[in-house]
Design a protein around this ligand. Structure first.
Ligand code: GN1
Ligand code: MG
Length: 357
């Protein structure tokens, strides 16, 4: 048995599992945490995660958020496959801390589910809209001030531009010269970055419990019916604007190509997928949103795409310190898809607005 597996099995012994862990294999495509699929001698399955402690600087507080939110979701909808459930450690904690300072947690595995990187049909996007809309509605009466900011100013797009400017000035790996077109394209749009923040400051947009990482692969669908089951990856659940949740889902799921596609001719916004997500999301939100919130949804799509492009570009220039990469220019490839997608959204802007109202 590889040393790494033995280490993982030891960690798993600290959790209240049904049966003894017998296998533990890397799982999924997250860019931040390390995720493993675990099976036990009792035939039970779990998800083990090592939490990225560079990205999440206060794990106990983060786990407090997740516990509070999952408790509420389970209360509203007790069906076991409709919410993540944390498995406690043998001393009844929600996570364990190793002597090396690493944090681990375990979730029950949600059986007979699908986690998609690409939608097969528009119905998949509709269902992901249902999942995130339901999440929004079930947490509508959860007091936002009970949640801690797990990453400070996470979707503060103007701050993301400041970080880009710093990376350009520092240029530690001499990568700026090869990215001048991408940098110029992003900086030309810096003036848009504060659009939602200005409405928020004016008190026109309510703060809600938002997920903040609403990618299609953060939703589970039922493998048999392909209906929405559950929202996963709750690390960034924080107070925020609903347009950001809508927008991040569009950025990922309504892009006809992959987030790291190298052939940019394959990148663009599918208005059909955009419409399908919008319908699912607004239906499941159940009339909870204000007219102005609905009007700002397309801005969420533009700004989340711009922000993500800026984050990938910043990380590329900084030497890939934040997002996990699987090839040398992976973050630059990702930045390019976001900027291309944004350009396409700008050309479809009137239609994007017509669809939400
Ligand atoms: C990260 O962990 P994952 O892959 O679900 C990131 C998101 C980005 C996304 C881009 C905590 O999400 O903000 O939008 O990558 N999560 C964090 O794919 O930074
Ligand atoms: Mg994820």
């Amino acid at each position: 048995m590889p040393v790494e597996t033995i280490k993982m099995l030891r960690i798993l012994e600290q959790f209240q599992l049904q049966g003894k862990p017998v296998a533990c294999k890397p799982y999924g495509n997250g860019h931040i945490n390390e995720t493993y699929f675990v099976t036990t001698s009792a035939g039970h399955a779990y998800i083990l995660q090592k939490i990225n402690r560079y990205v999440f600087q206060n794990v106990p507080v983060l786990m407090g958020n997740i516990q509070a939110v999952t408790d509420r979701l389970v209360l509203k909808d007790p069906e076991p496959r409709h919410s993540l459930r944390l498995i406690p450690t043998t001393d009844d904690q929600t996570y364990m801390l190793t002597a090396q300072g690493d944090y681990y947690r375990v979730y029950d595995f949600i059986t007979d589910s699908l986690c998609l990187e690409n939608p097969e049909t528009e119905a998949d996007l509709y269902e992901s809209g249902i999942a995130f809309g339901r999440f929004q509605r079930m947490l509508a009466d959860f007091q936002t001030d009970k949640l801690h900011e797990t990453i400070l100013r996470f979707h503060d797009t103007p701050r993301r531009f400041q970080a880009l400017h710093q990376a350009i000035a520092a240029d530690p790996l001499g990568r700026v010269a090869a990215c001048l077109d991408e940098i110029r394209f992003a900086l030309d749009r810096q003036k848009d970055a504060g659009h939602l923040a200005a409405l928020g400051r004016a008190g026109s947009l309510p703060l809600r419990v938002t997920h903040n990482d609403t990618k299609l692969n953060n939703v589970l669908l039922d493998a048999a019916t392909r209906k929405a089951l559950c929202v996963i990856d709750l690390d960034t659940v924080m107070p925020g604007w609903v347009a950001n949740d809508f927008g991040d889902a569009i950025r990922f799921g309504a892009n006809i190509g992959a987030e790291d596609e190298t052939d940019l001719s394959k990148i663009g916004l599918s208005l059909q997928r955009y419409q399908a997500f919008t319908q699912g999301f607004l239906t499941a939100c159940g009339g909870a949103l204000t007219d102005l919130e609905i009007k700002t949804l397309p801005w969420g799509a533009r700004l989340m795409t711009l922000e993500c492009g800026v984050r990938f570009l910043t990380d590329y220039l900084s030497g890939d310190v934040y997002f996990h990469i699987r090839r040398p220019a992976h973050n630059l490839d990702r930045a390019r898809t976001q900027l291309k997608l944004l350009r396409d959204m700008e050309s479809k802007w009137t239609k994007m607005n017509d669809i939400v109202v």
